[in-house]
Design a protein around this ligand. Structure first.
Ligand SMILES: [Zn+2]
Ligand SMILES: [Zn+2]
Length: 208
């Protein structure tokens, strides 16, 4: 009954204060979370509301006075506010970096707020690692094979080779084709995500 997945009634927790419910049960002390967190309503109990905060990955019981209504559709592109896809805090669009400008001149912003992105960006790659990657870079015009997809290509002609970095360790890992490099990024460079993807594919595998 209290499964948040599939729920759609959203609420803005203007004041980030409530009772955490670590195992579905209210703990004794009110604790703080980020102001303006977006939560999905699980249960309304008079003055109290049981919400699930995706940014905290936890249930909270909050006071109705500490919340306000929110239209999640009135956020994002074309609106002044966005909901960060990591912390799930409603923030001014200025707190999201501009990513690119589309054909109509409209700005697209990154889906994660500047604060959430700090963790990733702070770990820049040391110059020593950059030099090493450059030194071992496959030469333009040579035949090359991507270690992940195994596709062969002519460097700089029909394959774009990129240096792949582990941003967490600040280390160069190797060279990959542009497509595989993007693919790894989509899986957040996390082994668990890749394992989940494999498990998902296996689960839906059709024996042919
Ligand atoms: Zn954020
Ligand atoms: Zn590849």
């Amino acid at each position: 009954m209290l499964n948040p997945i599939g729920q759609s009634k959203w609420i803005l927790c203007t004041r980030g204060l409530g009772y955490a419910c670590p195992h579905g049960v209210r703990d004794g002390i009110r604790s703080h979370f980020l102001d303006n967190s977006i939560g999905v309503v699980l249960e309304e109990m008079g003055e109290e509301i049981r919400v699930f905060l995706p940014g905290q990955d936890q249930m909270f019981i909050v006071n109705r006075h500490d919340t306000s209504d929110v239209d999640v559709y009135a956020t994002g592109k074309g609106y002044e506010h966005m909901i960060c896809n990591i912390c799930f805090v409603l923030k001014s669009e200025n707190e999201f970096q501009i990513n690119q400008t589309d054909a109509k001149g409209r700005k697209t912003r990154r889906p994660s707020c500047n604060i959430c992105r700090q963790d990733i960006d702070r770990r820049s790659i040391p110059n020593r690692e950059k030099r090493e990657a450059k030194r071992l870079r496959p030469k333009k015009g040579t035949l090359w094979r991507c270690p992940i997809c195994r596709k062969m290509g002519i460097v700089g002609v029909n394959v774009k080779v990129v240096a792949d970095h582990d941003h967490y360790a600040g280390r160069w890992r190797g060279h990959l084709c542009d497509s595989c490099n993007t693919g790894l990024g989509r899986f957040k460079n996390g082994e668990n995500f890749l394992r989940n993807a494999i498990a998902y594919l296996k689960e839906h595998e059709v024996n042919r």
